[in-house]
Ligand binder design. Structure first.
Ligand code: HEM
Length: 176
């Protein structure tokens, strides 16, 4: 088996794009706008839709991963690095699910579904900072950024140091 299931490959790249957009826009645009800014609602709606879609696609990806056959575990020739590689992938999954859960926590705590999606006239709260899930969402977002950087460093190590072209497993083509 040379490659991952094509659905896993497609979801990997789609999710990578959506998560990076959510991280970059979340910290640089959404969180920077005060809640009474005229653009806040538009930014929140976009962020929440992307975040919830990430949650659904991650469940689909997890199920596909557990049910499909995949290539043997990558071998760096170093037991510690192999273990770190496996652990980093599960940490990535856990952090993404925690991001979605804490985002939903902020949303419920601040009554956002009605305000953002279902036309309630209630104003947004002055800020979300008093909500525990908001603090968690901020801290988790930094941990997720670090884990994504570690993921990219792992790719660079395989690509340029080991030169084993591991990335081709996460692309489309013949699997046998
Ligand atoms: C993987 C999915 C997600 C990612 C990567 C993500 C990323 C972020 C980031 C980076 C921030 C700014 C954090 C900071 O600078 O302190 C943020 C804020 C926020 N996110 Fe998410 N988020 C995700 C999912 C969600 C979901 C599912 C919801 C709600 C349904 C949500 C609602 C919010 C809200 C309400 C804020 C606060 C904005 C503010 O303080 O004004 N997020 N998110």
């Amino acid at each position: 088996m040379k490659r991952y299931h094509p659905l896993l490959v497609a979801l990997h790249w789609l999710l990578a794009l959506m998560i990076i957009v959510a991280l970059v826009m979340g910290s640089n645009v959404l969180a920077a706008l005060p809640n009474d800014h005229p653009d806040k609602m538009f930014s929140l709606r976009g962020h929440m839709l992307i975040g919830i879609t990430v949650g659904f696609l991650m469940i689909l990806r997890l199920v596909t991963r557990l049910r499909s056959t995949h290539p043997p575990k990558a071998d760096t020739g170093n037991g510690v690095l192999n273990l770190a590689g496996s652990a980093a992938h599960w940490v990535l999954y856990i952090l993404i699910f925690l991001m979605v859960a804490s985002g939903i926590g902020i949303s419920i705590g601040a009554g956002l579904p009605d305000i953002v999606f279902f036309g309630s006239d209630a104003p947004l709260p002055e800020s979300f900072d008093h909500l525990v899930p908001r603090t968690a969402h901020g801290v988790l977002s930094k941990l997720l950024m670090l884990t994504i950087l570690a993921h990219i460093a792992g790719w660079a190590y395989h690509q340029f140091n080991l030169k084993d072209g591991l990335i081709s497993r996460m692309w489309f083509g013949s699997r046998s």
